[in-house]
Design a protein around this ligand. Structure first.
Ligand code: B16
Ligand code: MG
Length: 210
């Protein structure tokens, strides 16, 4: 049905979202800003600095651009320490098998992630060879919900947007896929800002719809 599938990384192919939570929580606690799962959910798919802006909405203090850069850097340093504990076991075997099945059917596979750490995560997962293209946060000027990351991923695969399926766990990611003119399969509870084409329990189910 599709010539290409573009996967979000955090929350779809692996579960780094819990590491993002721990790292932001540490920074938020240090500056005395309340931070919980509801705020964390709004950060999915959104760039590092935009995530910080969302967290600081609840701060009574104002921070200079330099201080914000420092806080984002601190979060990333701790986040990368947590990421370095990841191993290939952090990608579910059923997800790995699904990627192999897509490949066996001649479907092209890309990653479309807002994360600047995406190549590091893929390396930790030992999944470098599973993808025909990786488009990450270092290659884009606008993060999700802007469609840039998915349009660039499709371009890297040599495909038209209408030939691609996006797989996402974030409201901002679903919006980005729709803005790119792509069908979208979502994983998770929602609420979703738009109607996705598919609602899945796990990325392992993608082989059944692609
Ligand atoms: P980094 P995805 C996104 O990755 C995360 O969902 C989001 O929470 C994070 O802020 C963003 O990457 C930037 O990550 O700080 O590593 O550059 O879901 O688009 O794969
Ligand atoms: Mg995600």
């Amino acid at each position: 049905m599709y010539k290409g599938v573009i996967f979000d990384l955090d929350g779809v192919l692996c579960h780094t979202d819990r590491f993002h939570y721990r790292a932001w929580k540490k920074v938020a606690d240090e500056i005395g800003v309340p931070f919980d799962e509801t705020v964390n959910r709004r950060l999915r798919g959104v760039s590092r600095l935009e995530s910080l802006e969302i967290i600081l909405e609840k701060s009574r203090e104002t921070f200079s651009e330099e201080q914000k850069e420092q806080l984002a850097e601190e979060k990333n340093t701790y986040y990368r320490t947590l990421l370095s504990e990841m191993t290939p076991a952090d990608m579910e075997p059923a997800v790995r098998e699904m990627l192999q099945e897509l490949r066996a059917h001649g479907i092209q596979i890309a990653v479309g992630s807002s994360s600047k750490n995406a190549p590091f995560i893929i390396e930790r997962l030992g999944a470098e060879k599973a993808f025909d293209a990786v488009c990450d946060g270092t290659m884009i000027t606008h993060s999700k919900p802007h469609p840039e990351v998915f349009l660039k991923a499709a371009q890297a695969l040599g495909l038209e947007p209408g030939e691609c399926l996006v797989v996402e766990d974030a409201p901002a990611g679903l919006e980005a896929a729709k803005a790119a003119g792509m069908d979208c399969a979502v994983i998770g509870q929602g609420p979703w800002p738009e109607k996705p084409e598919f609602e899945l329990k796990s990325a392992a189910e993608v082989a059944q719809i692609a």
